[in-house]
Design a binder for this molecule. Structure first.
Ligand SMILES: Nc1ncnc2c1ncn2[C@@H]1O[C@H](COP(=O)(O)OP(=O)(O)O)[C@@H](O)[C@H]1O
Ligand SMILES: Cc1ncc(COP(=O)(O)O)c(N)n1
Length: 283
């Protein structure tokens, strides 16, 4: 029987502060109207201020999480976020073998949290490039992540040189094997996402919300993108929709939750808590 709504799987880390990672992904899936599923790669003890600990999930158990949901529910798109270690990358590569060929895969090569904490070691970065990027339908690095990945590409002889221009960066990253590249714009003044499909570059412009809250913006973006692919949108249309949703989530974000960069709020004004006061007023 066809699923009543698409089912989208996030393979990513948990953010105990509720702003990024798996927690952001499930909120983005709910906002997009798809059924969200999770295979957790690592637990982080994390707040808006920093990460105090990382507890990787054993590779075998990452594979088991994916195998279990794929066998019963099925998977219409995958989003991959924080991986942390090379062992985790290898496990995720194996886990993808339990998902049908042709299911779209979005990879957000998470390296550093908004708070500055490092979430990926060097060996893992090389493993992502080698094992996962060639499988991706879309990769969604932010500008610093794109620079790091492209530098690796140059060392491997995959690109020619000098990569400060974002469009050139997107082209260089396409050379690593993904079908499409989005370099997200949160770290640039004009906040324009750069989309490259191997033939042409499209600039996905939009409003900048300088006073918003951006912890979780990248996770929200890549999850919304995966959800839109599952819903049948083209990669470019999905990237446009994801940019809009992420930007609104930053705009509606909670600046005063925590002492660091506050969490995005992808559910926006649609969700208002039912407080005893509000309930009494309605009665
Ligand atoms: N201040 C902002 N105003 C509007 N959109 C933003 C803002 N910051 C990030 N975005 C959008 O959120 C998405 C994630 O971008 P980015 O912040 O670059 O990712 P990351 O969280 O991985 O650093 C992109 O679509 C980007 O354009
Ligand atoms: C578990 C986990 N995954 C990803 C991020 C990056 O999120 P962002 O760059 O949007 O702050 C994070 N901080 N924690």
């Amino acid at each position: 029987m066809p699923r009543p709504v698409p089912a989208v799987l996030s393979i990513a880390g948990s953010d105990s502060g509720g702003g990024a990672g798996i927690q952001a992904d499930l909120k983005a899936f709910a906002r997009c109207g798809v059924h969200g599923m999770t295979a957790i790669t690592a637990l982080t003890a994390q707040s808006t201020v920093g990460v105090t600990g990382i507890h990787p999930v054993p590779g075998e158990f990452i594979i088991e999480q994916v195998r279990t949901v794929a066998a019963d529910i099925g998977v219409d798109a995958v989003k991959i976020g924080m991986l942390g270690t090379a062992e985790t990358v290898r496990a995720v590569r194996e886990a993808l073998g339990h998902i049908e060929d042709g299911v779209p895969i979005v990879i957000d090569p998470v390296m550093v949290a908004e708070s500055g904490a490092v979430l990926l070691d060097d060996e893992a970065r090389a493993a992502i490039v080698r094992e996962l990027l060639p499988l991706a339908t879309v990769i969604t690095p932010n500008l610093p992540e794109a620079r790091v990945l492209a530098a690796g590409a140059e060392r491997a002889g995959a690109t020619e040189r000098g990569r400060d221009d974002v469009e050139d960066l997107a082209r260089a990253l396409h050379g690593l094997g993904p079908a499409n590249v989005v370099v997200t714009g949160g770290h640039r003044d004009e906040v324009t996402d750069v989309f490259f499909d191997g033939t042409s570059v499209t600039l996905l412009a939009g409003e900048r919300h300088p006073d918003g809250a951006a912890h979780g913006s990248g996770c929200t973006h890549s999850s919304a993108l995966a959800a839109h692919l599952a819903l049948g949108f083209s990669p470019q249309e999905a990237a446009r929709a994801a940019r809009r949703l992420a930007s609104e989530a930053v705009r509606d974000g909670h600046r005063s939750i925590g002492r660091g960069p506050g969490p995005v709020n992808v559910l926006g004004v649609a969700v208002r808590a039912v407080t005893p006061d509000r309930l009494a007023r309605q009665a």
